[in-house]
Ligand binder design. Structure first.
Ligand code: B1M
Length: 214
């Protein structure tokens, strides 16, 4: 069995003590950090979610897998951050919207943006519209990112955008959205410039959107 197959099973089974070593083995074998995320870690968490939906996994198992996944992403983080010589100076304010505590994907997007040279201000999970307004006012970011993992919380994205518009903080900024239930169609409806299905795409499309502004 390869390190990646072992890693998939270790995430599924929540075998936290094995995860960092398996990630390192995959890196040593030359697997790209983004490939480890998109081809192994994310599908493993997808299966965890499916098992949970079918009632075959319960909350403690979901939490154990999430905790194993956190160890994997923390092990990968130095390989995502500092991968570029670019020092763009532009700030990105990013968070998971109000009512939502899922942060694994958001943290990966934040680390990948940092790796691309952005100054990332991560406002965490369950970030209220007021918290976004405060952070955008304080940091004057070129980009504002909204992550949502629940169909019940994705509605907080347009609500937060409205709060930023009402505060006069929308103009001149690129807004980016993502997270499992969010689609390009949603982004279009909300008048958002960037939708991305994964962290690598987020960075690429944000770079393009900013280049068009210059
Ligand atoms: Co939750 N959960 N969860 N959960 N959970 C989902 C999302 C779910 C699909 C599982 C399922 O039932 N199949 C389901 C949502 C159903 C729905 O709304 N349609 C669900 C549910 C129901 C719940 C609870 C309600 C369960 C309960 O309590 N009964 C509860 C809600 C808590 C809350 O937020 N209020 C809950 C809780 C949790 C845990 C705390 C146990 C844990 C989160 C731990 C943490 O994040 N610290 C958890 C987990 C781990 C999951 C699943 C299994 C995995 C999520 C994950 O980490 N994926 C998830 C199932 C799934 O997603 N298939 C599920 C890996 C990660 C790398 O991918 O987050 O998609 P992802 O991020 C990607 C892209 O989406 C994108 O790039 C990332 C990297 O490639 N992306 C962006 C993300 N944000 C972006 C922002 C961008 C651009 C791209 O621009 C700014």
């Amino acid at each position: 069995m390869s390190a990646l197959e072992d890693l998939y099973d270790a995430i599924l089974d929540g075998r936290r003590s094995e995860v960092a070593g398996l990630v390192q083995q995959a890196l040593d074998a030359g697997v790209a950090p983004t490939a480890i995320v998109e081809e192994t870690l994310r599908p493993a968490m997808g299966e965890v979610g499916d098992l949970f939906s079918r009632g075959e996994f319960f909350l403690p198992q979901l939490l154990l897998s999430a905790s194993a996944m956190k160890i994997a992403t923390e092990t990968l983080r130095p390989h995502l951050v500092g991968t570029s010589d670019a020092d763009r100076q532009e700030a990105v304010v990013i968070g998971t919207v109000q009512g939502d505590v899922h942060d694994i994907g958001k943290n990966l997007v934040a680390a990948t943006l940092e790796g691309a040279g952005y100054r990332v201000v991560d406002i965490g999970v369950d970030a209220s519209p007021g918290k976004y307004v405060e952070a955008v006012r304080a940091n004057d970011p070129a980009v504002v990112g909204f992550s949502a993992l629940l169909s019940t919380t994705m509605v907080q994205i347009p609500a937060t955008i409205k709060a930023l518009e009402d505060a006069g903080l929308r103009k001149g900024r690129v807004f980016a959205v993502g997270g499992a239930p969010v689609t390009q169609r949603n982004a279009d409806e909300w008048g958002v410039e960037v939708y991305a299905a994964d962290a690598g795409t987020a960075v690429r499309v944000i770079n393009q959107a900013l280049a068009q502004r210059r």
